[in-house]
Design a protein around this ligand. Structure first.
Ligand code: MSP
Length: 642
C-alpha cells in the first residue's frame, strides 16, 4: 500500500509556440521528483499541460490563418511528442480548452462572484499581452513591461475584479508562518515585500478577447487567462467533479516553475484558494532560469535551444543528466553545449562508465565472470559506509528540492569506488592465492557500489541504470524495486554471471566547430575571436603549457604481451627518453627508427603495462586509421613546436 500522496505540477505551458530547453528544464526536474517519490512508495500524481487561451494564441492562430483550436491542437501534439522523447512520466496532461477544465473554472468564478469576492467596475490600465499581465504605470520600466521589456497596451473597459486586497493580510500571515511555502528563500523574501506593499484588486475579465472561457453569467466577458490557467491545479484532479480524487491529492506538495511566475502562484493562486475555502499548496518552488550568454533562454530573445536536437545528437540520458545536474537550481544556470558534452564525458563516460568497464573486466578476468562472494573478515566497509551516507544525502537533497545535490552525491560514491580500485590494486591481490578472500571482497564491493549507484540513478536517467544492472547480471526491472530495498547494501547476489557489454557512455568528441579553424591565437585577445564561445576555446597561454617538441626515434620495439604498444627510445636535443606509444597495429617498429616525430615533452611520466613512458607521441586517427605526426623537411631534434 502506498504511504502518503505526492502531487507535483509544472506550469501549464503556453501554446503560442513550440517548447524549448527552458520548458524541458522544469519538466525534467518535476519528472525526476515524481519518479523518486514513486520509488519511495508515495501515491504520486504528476501533472503537466498547456495554457491555451488568451490573446497570444488568438493572434498567432490568426497569423497562421487557422482557428485558435486548430493552432493549439498542433502545438499540443508537438509538446506531447517532446515529453515522450524526454521520458516524462506525467500522470495527467491538462489542456485549458478541455471541457473538464472550462466548466469547473466557470463554477469557480461564479462561486467567488456570488460570495462578493469578484465585483464589476470600470478598468483602465496597462496590459502586456506576451506575459498576459496587467501593470500599473509605476511598475513599468522605461515605459515597457518589467518582465519581458516589450510594449504594453492601454486597456479601458468594464471588467470584473477579484478582491486580492481583502486577503492580503491573511496571505502574509500564511507565508510568514510557513517558511517552506515559498522557496527558495530569495523568492520568499521578494513575495513578502510584494505583499507588504499592498495588493490591489485584480482585473479578472476581458471584453476584447474571444479566445477564452466566458464569464458564465455575463458571456461578453472572458475570464482572465491566469485565473483560468491557475485553476487547472484543482480542476485536473477533480475539484467539483470527483471529490474522492480531489481530496486524495489536494493540497499539492509542490508547484514547480521558474522565478518569473512565482508571483502568480504565491499570491493570486493562494488567494483564489482562500476564497474557495481550500487549503494552500505545501510549496511553491521557483527555480532559476537556464540562460545563454547571461540571458534567459526564451522565444522572445530568439536564443532558443531545441531539446529534440540535443537528444538526437547526444542521447536521452546525457541531456537529462545535464538538465538535472547542472544547477544550482535556486539560481540561474548558464547553458552551453560544450558544458553538456563535458558533463557527459566526465561524470558519465569517465567516472561511471569507466567504473563499470574496469569492474566487469576484473570480475571477468579474476572471478570467471561471476560476481564473487564477499568475506566479512576481509572487508574494509569503506564503500558500504559511504553508500549509506550517500543514500541519506540523496533523500535530503530531494526533500529540499536540490536535485543537482543528489547527483553530486551519487557521483561522489562512483569516484570513491574508482579511487578504491587504485588503493586496493586487485591485479596485485590476484597474484597471491592467499589473498583470494580480499580480492573477492574488493570486487564484490565495487560491483555492489555500481549496482546501488545505478539504482539510485533510476529517477534521473532512463537508460543507463538498466544497462549497468544488466552488465552486472542483476535484476533489471528497477522501477519495481522500492527505494529502501534498492538502496540497501548487498542487493547483488554472489554467483551471478556478469554480461560485459559496450561502454554505456561512449566519450563524445568535443564540439570542434566551436573554435574558429585558424586564427592567430598568439595575437588575439579573447574578445577578438568572433563567434567563438569562450568556454570551448583555450588561451594561447593555456596552449603553450603543453611543451611540444621534435624527437628523433633511435630505437623501437614491441612491448611484450601488449599487442598495441611500441617502446621507443628517442633523442630530444642532448637528452634521451623512452616513450610508450599505442601504435603497434599501425606501424612496424623498424619503420619508425630514424623518423622525426612530435611529442608532448612535459607530460607527467606514466607506467604503461609496467613500462615507463616519458612523453606522449602525437598521432592523428580517423576511421580506424592512425598516422604519426612528423615534420615537413628536416629540423633538429628537441626543436619546440608551437
Ligand atoms: N502559461 C504560463 C504558466 C501558467 S501556470 C498556471 C507560462 N507559460 S510559459 O510557457 O511561459 O512557461 C513558463 C515556464 O517555463 C517557466 O516558469 C519555467 O518553468 C519554464 N521555462 C521557460 N523558459 C525557461 C528558462 N529559460 N529557464 C528555466 N525555465 C524556463 O508562464
Amino acid at each position: 500500500m502506498s504511504k502518503e500522496t505526492y502531487y507535483v505540477t509544472t506550469p501549464l505551458y503556453y501554446t503560442n509556440d513550440n517548447l524549448h530547453i527552458g520548458h524541458a528544464y522544469t519538466t525534467v526536474i518535476a519528472d525526476a521528483l515524481a519518479r523518486f517519490r514513486r520509488l519511495q512508495g508515495y501515491d504520486t500524481w504528476f501533472l503537466t499541460g498547456t495554457d491555451e487561451h488568451g490573446q497570444k494564441n488568438e493572434r498567432k492562430a490568426a497569423e497562421a490563418g487557422v482557428s485558435p483550436q486548430a493552432y493549439v491542437d498542433r502545438i499540443v501534439e508537438a509538446n506531447k511528442a517532446l515529453w515522450r522523447l524526454l521520458g516524462i512520466s506525467y500522470d495527467d496532461f491538462i489542456r485549458t480548452t478541455e471541457e473538464r477544465h472550462k466548466t469547473v473554472v466557470q463554477e469557480i468564478f461564479k462561486r467567488v462572484y456570488d460570495q462578493g469576492d469578484i465585483y464589476k467596475a470600470e478598468y483602465q490600465g496597462l496590459y502586456c499581452t506576451p506575459c498576459e499581465t496587467f501593470w500599473l504605470g509605476r511598475q513599468l520600466v522605461d515605459g515597457k513591461c518589467p518582465t519581458c521589456g516589450r510594449d504594453v497596451e492601454l486597456v479601458k473597459e468594464e471588467s470584473y475584479f477579484f478582491r486580492l486586497s481583502k486577503y492580503a493580510d491573511r496571505l502574509l500571515r500564511h507565508i510568514e508562518a510557513h517558511p517552506d511555502f515559498i522557496q527558495p528563500t530569495s523568492r520568499r523574501n521578494e513575495m513578502i515585500n510584494f505583499v507588504k506593499q499592498g495588493l490591489e484588486d485584480l482585473c479578472v475579465s476581458r471584453t476584447t478577447l474571444e479566445w477564452g472561457i466566458p464569464v458564465p453569467f455575463d458571456p461578453k466577458h472572458t475570464i482572465y487567462v491566469w485565473f483560468d490557467a491557475l485553476s487547472n491545479y484543482i480542476t485536473a484532479i477533480g475539484y467539483g467533479r470527483d471529490e474522492d480524487k480531489f481530496r486524495r491529492y489536494w493540497p499539492a506538495q509542490v508547484h514547480l516553475m521558474a522565478k518569473e511566475i512565482v508571483r502568480f502562484h504565491a499570491i493570486i493562486w493562494p488567494i483564489i484558494l482562500m476564497a474557495l475555502d481550500l487549503p494552500l499548496p505545501e510549496r511553491v518552488f521557483g527555480h532559476g532560469w537556464l540562460e545563454l550568454d547571461g540571458e534567459r533562454i526564451s522565444k522572445s530573445k530568439g536564443n532558443i535551444i531545441d531539446p529534440k536536437v540535443l537528444v538526437g545528437k547526444y542521447g536521452l540520458d546525457p541531456v537529462r543528466y545535464y538538465l538535472l545536474r547542472e544547477g544550482p537550481i535556486n539560481s540561474d544556470t548558464q547553458y552551453s553545449e560544450a558544458g553538456l558534452v563535458q558533463r557527459t564525458n566526465v561524470d558519465l563516460a569517465n567516472d561511471l562508465g569507466n567504473l563499470l568497464s574496469r569492474t566487469t573486466a576484473m570480475i571477468n578476468k579474476f572471478c570467471q565472470a561471476t560476481i564473487p562472494s564477499p568475506v566479512a573478515a576481509a572487508d574494509d566497509g569503506v564503500l558500504r559506509e559511504l553508500a549509506g551516507q550517500v543514500v541519506g544525502e540523496i533523500e535530503r537533497a530531494i526533500d529540499a528540492m536540490q536535485v543537482p545535490e543528489a547527483l553530486i552525491a551519487i557521483n561522489r560514491l562512483v569516484n570513491r569506488a574508482n579511487k578504491y580500485i587504485e588503493e586496493t590494486a586487485p591485479w596485485d591481490l590476484a597474484k597471491d592465492p592467499a589473498k583470494a578472500d580480499r580480492l573477492n571482497t574488493v570486487l564484490y564491493n565495487l560491483a555492489e557500489t555500481l549496482r546501488l549507484a545505478a539504482y539510485a540513478l533510476v529517477p534521473f536517467l532512463l537508460e543507463a541504470p538498466e544497462k549497468i544492472c544488466r552488465q552486472l547480471g542483476a535484476e533489471s526491472d528497477l522501477q519495481a524495486i522500492p527505494w529502501d530495498q534498492g538502496t540497501e547494501w548487498g542487493g547483488l547476489a554472489p554467483g551471478t554471471g556478469i554480461r560485459r557489454g559496450d561502454p554505456i557512455f561512449p566519450r563524445i568528441e568535443e564540439p570542434s566547430d566551436e573554435c574558429p579553424a585558424s586564427v592567430d591565437v598568439s595575437q588575439a585577445t579573447p574578445t577578438e575571436t568572433p563567434g567563438a564561445p569562450r568556454t570551448a576555446c583555450i588561451t594561447y597561454d593555456q596552449f603553450a603549457q603543453a611543451e611540444l617538441r621534435i624527437a628523433e626515434v633511435l630505437e623501437a620495439e614491441p612491448v611484450p604481451k601488449a599487442d598495441r604498444l611500441l617502446r621507443l627510445k628517442v633523442r630530444l636535443g642532448a637528452e634521451e627518453r623512452q616513450i610508450v606509444a599505442g601504435i603497434a597495429q599501425h606501424y612496424r617498429a623498424e619503420e619508425l627508427v630514424g623518423r622525426k616525430i612530435v611529442i608532448v615533452a612535459n607530460l607527467e611520466p606514466a607506467k604503461i603495462r609496467g613500462v615507463e613512458s616519458q612523453g606522449l607521441l602525437l598521432a592523428a586517427s580517423a576511421e580506424g586509421h592512425t598516422r604519426i605526426l612528423t615534420v615537413d623537411g628536416d629540423i633538429a631534434s628537441g626543436a619546440r613546436v608551437k
